[in-house]
Design a protein around this ligand. Sequence first.
Ligand code: ADP
Ligand code: MG
Length: 738
Amino acid sequence: MRPQSYRSALAPRWRLPAGEGYNTSISNLVELVVETAESSLARPIQFLKGVGPRRAELFERLGVRTVGDLLFHLPLRYEDRSSFRKIAELEVDQFATVRAEVRAAGAMPRGRGRSRVFEVAFADETGILRATWFHFSAKALTTRFPIGSKWLVSGKVTFNRFRGSKVITHPDTERDEPEEAAETLNTGRIVPVYPLTEGLPQKAVRKAAHAALEFVEQVEEIAPPGLNERYRLPNVADALRRVHWPPEGMDLSALTAFTSREQKKLIFDELLLSQVALALRRAGARKPEAGAALPVTPAQLDEIRSLFPFPLTGAQKRALDEIAADVSGDVPMNRLLQGDVGSGKTAVALAACMMAVKNGRQAAIMAPTEILAVQHFRNITRLLGLGGPRVELFTSSRRDKAAALHALKRGDVDIAVGTHALIQDGVEFLNLGLVVIDEQHRFGVAQRAELRRKGERAHTLIMTATPIPRTLAMTLYGDLDVSVLDEMPPGRSPVETKVYAPAQRAAALRIIREQVAQGRQAYVVYPLVEESEKLELKAATEMFEHLRAADLAGLRLALTHGRMKSADKDAVMERFGRGEVDVLVATTVIEVGVDHPNATVMMIEHAERFGLSQLHQLRGRVGRGAARAHCLMMADTFPGSPAWKRLEVMTSTTDGFAIAEADLSMRGAGDLFGERQWGLPGFKIANLARDGRILAEARKVAFVIVEQDPALVRPEHAPLKRALAGRFAERLEYGEVG
Ligand code: ADP
Ligand code: MG
């Protein structure tokens, strides 16, 4: 295998910026893979009793392939089923289990809209408890809940004022059949609740996890001797056993809060591993390899600043000073520029590129999408004007590439702007001195490294709109310096944000019409889910037709989506830019970075399907001028659902930092909403919002270990080294993800 594969193998999991020194440590690690593969932990879960090929496939969707994976597929929460509650005793907001029988079941209308809920009335001798489902097949549920059948119903109790009764939404239900073999796994004790995927029942996961515990002793202790004692933590096998199978008397509230010793141990180990990887990376990178110094005189800096038609904000100036100080030294810059959407990162990026150009070196800007690359290209050429440095665009759809590539290699191109096309083979620079990577969370770490390698230790500036919370920044970017743009360019007013239920659609459409009547423009965005791109696209296209024919009839609409040829996409964006289109209907291609100040409305269809980070990014597309802007979140959801909570966050604040913190604390260990929006490493149990103190300790320990034993050759570090290698084994088999 080529060495790059190892590097990319690491990337998706730990998100480490790959660097030269690291590769050596990694190739050592990879030699250990074979050895690791021999334990039972590496065997596919089908090897366990009760797990067939179909189940195995479902487990795979959860990232669980081997027995070892399963042991680390940890419960999200716990339920106390050691005692059942009577319905009359149920308290609102509590998780509880009742033993009850079905009295009635059926679908019924919900509110005034067209949507329906499925409701089952459960009864015991003390009262009635209603269970409701919002997404359902009526036929399946009717068959599942025949009148008179007996059930164990668990979930969080709420109270519905209109129905005048206690309700559990989407409860966990199990047939109350004492003779069932799995019964003891599911009731009569503190029961773990695992993350699931469609089609995989809770019971099956419990059973499989329990079966896997037979091999728990094979899980190696990665903590060096004495460490568990120092922190008063149990050994890993005990911790896993008790976390999957809490023995009688274990403290439910500690388990729920993830503060039991057992959970702390697993959190510590996971963070230790990530921090050791990071420390190795740093140790490797520390070899002082000189980069090209790009000295900038104050006069040159002034000249660069005067390129812009506006005075830079204080924050922009500060960031530029920091960058200038970095690049004038010969240690390659490795800086993260963090600034909320609209804070003016692009200006800073261009100024940084000019520092290279003034020193006779080339610069490159890599953007995650073609639309963005094109936009950067246009803005930059406009700002630099005629007779300035030569700027070229590199995207995969560009036909006449040969000439541009040649010019790049000869050094005739000063600034190369492009997509990942920039890192393809055949792209050669004469003397790349500085690299800017925009919206880095879209790129894999490996890709970043690729671009950097095109230059001799080029200076690197990474830009992100993600306001990364401190704890997270420390883990993800432990080896980057950070500049923050914490000041918005003047004259912005906060975007008015509101949630619209399906029944309120007309009111939202009215806002679009009003704005268009005032000469403004609007975006309508559709979620495009990757797995079923085709279906979603069909939905977007149909919706577009509907908008054009009905909802927004009479306005000038255009559609753009990822499946369009890029020339067509460009054409649409251009028409929108020239004001020839009132409403741009788009899949999430406009998600990042598009800058068009005349757009004042962002309507987000199915806002309930978007994550907080995406919603924030989308909203950031409007409100870029002085005019009042609107964000219309069209959503079909219900109070108390995770989606509802996300939307509440959106309406309560526009501060990207607050949103990031909320997001981090809402998504916990299981990363429930799937997409890793912040580029979070795939932690299984650690939650950086919650476990900041453990992280700090793990970090200390990790850095001491690597300082004392940089190649991890000491016998007491062998398990740690093997654990790191194990991560690679997994990734090598799956191949590169990004
Ligand atoms: P970001 O990339 O951080 O989301 P941009 O760089 O796209 O933000 O800037 C957003 C908008 O603000 C652009 O239209 C840009 O021209 C403008 N802008 C940037 N800096 C300033 C400034 N100092 N004063 C006024 N407008 C600015
Ligand atoms: Mg931007």
